[in-house]
Design a protein around this ligand. Structure first.
Ligand code: GYE
Length: 334
């Protein structure tokens, strides 16, 4: 018994000394924040349960993005509960509520539009489930999400305008195929393009309509533009390659040559855009990387384990032209 008391005495004395050392600012002291976590309280990929709310399957970009997420979950052994929102915000909100009820560890979401997420994100926060925004931002308080992983869409819009200015030598009539109304990439690609265009008073946007990021809608809207403006159109700025491919079809049906009579610049850099450049029908594509699976799960694990992560992880992106499209196509992964 005495031995036990003596041992306890020594134990508390050590604790007391350690506390004094911490107070005195000695950085070798043991404090709760620098005690290494034991293996027991670190979550591993095999234990991680992730709810993922995807937008839909509107474009090649999106299907590659979905494939990247599903493949990486499988590689890592992560339990992934995947929900396809069919491009409807209400479906995404329902999916997030289901994930909360299922008590997943972390939620990944690619918000179809920017606004209207405050309540459901707050519900996740109240349940202690972190949200990671993937690909698209939501217009909410920074406290409601852990991080955003995705592109700088404003910069993509600026780059598209710079390329367009070169192609048109600073002069001409542009029609614009806008992405999904209210979505982060549509809002930012619209703004970035105009920011640079302001430096070129002789380049004008004569029409701007949404093609909802799909080939079918891009073709339909381009058909309307051609019926209205015909050969007055010098160029198309499409917020994604799929709409540009739709526009190419409409221009051919109208009897003009895409890429020659009407220049086309779009965004994403999908494989079909490389093929269109090889065929001389598309003049440039600005890269937007959908292969976000590996970075997403890396972040998800860090976030659930309480590691701090930056509020934005931007993707690195390039611009591609027809000159080396044939050489690059075999290397493209989406
Ligand atoms: O550019 C488009 C897709 O959010 C960046 O969504 C993404 C966009 C992409 O449908 O093709």
């Amino acid at each position: 018994m005495n031995k036990v008391l003596a041992w306890l005495g020594t134990f508390f004395a050590v604790i007391f000394l350690a506390a004094c050392a911490a107070d005195s600012g000695d950085d070798t002291a043991v404090s709760p924040t620098n005690i290494p976590e034991t293996e027991d309280n670190i979550i591993t990929y095999e234990e991680l349960v992730v709810g993922y709310s995807q937008i839909g399957a509107e474009s090649e970009w999106r299907t590659s993005n979905t494939a990247s997420i599903k493949e990486e979950a499988e590689n890592l052994g992560v339990a992934l509960i995947f929900s396809d929102g069919q491009q409807k915000q209400e479906n995404q909100i329902k999916a997030i509520r289901t994930f909360i009820a299922q008590q997943v560890d972390v939620i990944g979401v690619s918000p179809v539009v920017e606004t209207g997420w405050d309540s459901v994100f707050q519900e996740a926060k109240d349940a202690g489930i972190p949200i990671i925004l993937v690909d698209r931002r939501a217009d909410v308080d920074e406290a409601l999400y852990a991080t955003y992983l995705g592109s700088d869409f404003v910069e993509e819009g600026r780059n598209a305008a710079k390329v367009m200015a070169d192609l048109l030598e600073g002069q001409g009539h542009i029609v614009e195929l806008v992405g999904t109304v209210g979505s982060a990439p549509a809002i930012d690609r619209y703004a970035g393009f105009r920011e640079v265009l302001a430096e070129y008073p002789e380049m004008q946007i004569i029409a701007s309509e949404s093609g909802d990021f799909t080939r079918a809608k891009g073709e339909e809207v381009m058909g309307d533009f051609l019926r209205q403006y015909g050969a007055e159109i010098d160029a198309v700025y499409a917020h994604n390659d799929d709409m540009a491919i739709g526009a190419i079809r409409a221009i051919e049906a109208y009897g003009l040559k895409p890429g020659e009579d009407i220049k086309i610049v779009s965004i994403d850099a999908i494989r079909d855009a490389f093929q269109a450049m090889i065929d001389g029908k598309l003049n440039a594509t600005i890269e937007c990387n959908p292969l976000l699976g590996p970075q997403f799960f890396d972040l998800a694990l860090k976030v659930v384990n309480g590691e701090s992560v930056p509020k934005w992880i931007p993707s690195e992106e390039r611009v591609f032209f027809p000159e080396n499209a044939a050489e690059l196509l075999p290397t493209r992964k989406y």
